[in-house]
Design a protein around this ligand. Structure first.
Ligand code: ATP
Length: 332
């Protein structure tokens, strides 16, 4: 079966700016795929290339195995949920959702029937007659979703769809979106700069930097085995150990990363260890974050909040499994 979306050596240039730089990518049918990266890394341009709002300067976009470069946006089996929702304020919710079907010339009874069905799917059954001004942020987000879903797309593109919501609502919507996607089985391609959102929702994540995909994989793969300093630092928090320190631990002169939650304060046989001076300790609620000064380098550890600590300034031993130390590909 052909992938839902394929990028073949795709670049998109705007003048001298390489917004997308030689990207190869396959997104499987039914996958919840996240494009993650800092501002300006090319995520939105990739989404617009799939939608057909942008054309590749080089390479090809395929949708279900067919070259789509010459296919206009409205002929692709793809719909977009925009960050600002782009709802019509003067129309009812039902008319907002039915709008795309009306443009396609579908009769009133059919389009209202289908629109009510999708409003039910996004838990807005009965809200049809209201105006969008009477809705909360989360409800507006769901109307925008319903408006895209009513077209029965094979691929749904979402550009920072939860960006306008506060943290609590965003977390609730993350779970809802994920459940909806699994229920409908539609391929979702989701753009975010929020690493925790990408990890918690996606089946697979592509990490972007400067127009390139620097790593793609499952959330676990990316979190456990970041390949570069950029990924280790951008996804979760990580200690980055310079080649000098990694060499004393493993004999390999390379950069390595070490997650703070993998570090403990008690040495044990068979584990790697580093000694330093306990410089700070902060209570973060679930854990206590300590910094240990190795004489120039600082290593952070997340310890159980209930653990009793030696005084600040004392010498401590940090211990971790060899497997927790992740060797990176960056040049030493
Ligand atoms: P953000 O999270 O801020 O939306 P992004 O990762 O989605 O960022 P893009 O919007 O794809 O990044 O932009 C990538 C680069 O391309 C940026 O340097 C941006 O300024 C540039 N760019 C995007 N669209 C255009 C355009 N129409 N004209 C000129 N430059 C553009």
């Amino acid at each position: 079966m052909a992938p839902a979306v394929t990028f073949r050596a795709v670049s998109r240039l705007f003048g001298a700016v390489r917004a997308v730089d030689n990207v190869d990518l396959e997104i499987a049918e039914g996958e919840f795929f996240a494009m993650l990266g800092p501002s300006g890394s090319g995520k939105t341009t990739c989404l617009r290339l799939i939608a057909g709002f942008e054309q590749p300067s080089r390479g090809a976009i395929e949708i279900f195995g067919v070259n789509a470069n010459a296919v206009p946006p409205w002929k692709r089996q793809v719909n977009t949920v925009f960050q600002d929702y782009a709802l019509f304020p003067h129309m009812t919710i039902l008319d907002n959702v039915a709008y795309g079907l009306m443009v396609k010339g579908i009769d009133k009874q059919t389009r209202y029937g289908l629109s009510e069905e999708v409003l039910d799917q996004v838990k807005l059954g009965g809200y049809g007659p209201r105006k969008t001004g009477q809705l909360s942020g989360g409800q507006r987000q769901r109307v925008a979703l319903a408006r895209a879903l009513v077209n029965k797309p094979s691929v749904l593109l979402l550009d920072e769809p939860l960006g306008a919501l506060d943290l609590k609502l965003r977390e609730a919507m993350q779970e809802e979106l994920k459940a909806l996607q699994k229920r409908l089985g539609i391929t979702f391609v989701f753009v975010t700069h929020d690493q925790s959102e990408a990890l918690s929702m996606a089946d697979r994540v592509a990490v972007f930097n400067e127009g390139r995909i620097v790593q793609a994989g499952t959330p676990e793969e990316i979190y456990r085995n970041p390949r570069t300093r950029f990924v280790a630092d951008f996804v979760g928090s990580s200690n980055l150990l310079p080649p000098g320190i990694t060499e004393t631990l493993t004999g390999k002169r390379v950069w390595s990363s070490l997650r703070p939650e993998m570090v403990e304060l008690s040495a044990a046989p068979g584990r790697l260890s580093l000694s330093g001076r306990l410089s700070t300790s902060s209570f973060l609620g679930a854990v206590r974050r300590i910094s240990v000064d190795l004489g120039g380098e600082t290593v952070h550890a997340h310890l159980p909040a209930s653990q009793t600590l030696p005084d600040e300034g004392s010498t401590v031993t940090l211990a971790f499994d060899r497997a927790a130390l992740n060797l990176l590909e960056d040049a030493p």
